[in-house]
Write a new protein. Sequence first.
Length: 308
Amino acid sequence: MPERSHALPQSIDETQAMLSAGDYVAGRALATVLFLSLRMKRPLFLEGEAGVGKTEIAKVLAKALDRPLIRLQCYEGLDVSSAVYEWNYPAQMLEIRLAEATGVGDRDAIERNIFSERHLIRRPVLQALEGTGGRAPVFLIDELDRTDEAFEAFLLEILSDYQVTIPELGTIKAEEPPIVIITTNRTREIHDALKRRCLYHWVDYPTADVELEIVRRKAPGCSADLSEQIVAYVQKLRQMDLFKSPGVAETIDWATALTELDRLALDPETVSDTIGTLLKYQDDIARIQGSAGAKLLSDVKAELAAAE
């Protein structure tokens, strides 16, 4: 049995406190769906814009529960050999040549030897299924929308029974299902058949108060005044029609960068010099340069002053 301190949370409040202890500021809705996912042993499907903290949930959960974190980073062209398993072909060829050199003629014995587990290269899916009881890993399937529908269908089969068949070895079934977190940036729609097997939550951009708390936790060296200005500025940017609005990760990066530069407040020159930590597309950067950027900063400071 796992230690009590690493046991699954027994309530929504405990779930929220667990995330908070890992410096993840979560609303009650997220804590609720995560609690239910753990209790019902169902995958949790997290959808939202890039940089809003979906992946971080799995990392915090693995650390809080003292479970291994196994991450399958999805990409276009991902296949079974990269996601599940493959054979160590160079080692197998060496075994065959050694058998030939020593005169071993038993073909069945050679086949059993080259297709033994010591020549099996375990990829993330297989690693996730081989967790021991009470220590099943947190299995993060990150950015599923980057894969194609064929791999999505294959994954659906695995998540239905938590098992995979290797023709040469047989069926490997999880002793205990892993804790599955699936993320997607919604660059394409995921099939309903997979979503039906999951609990769903949309991870949105945080409110100003929540984002300010995140900055305080993740960039503690950033002064209170500068943190407020950073968050207010980012919140304003997200109201603009940008190609890619900055996520929470970019907010933290910006706060960290300004702290490293010993800045105590935002000014037009500082914003211009460091904007590359916040915005990653030249068209977006061009939109806030010059008078537009100066007005945006002026509006931010005026609103903060009025709120005091």
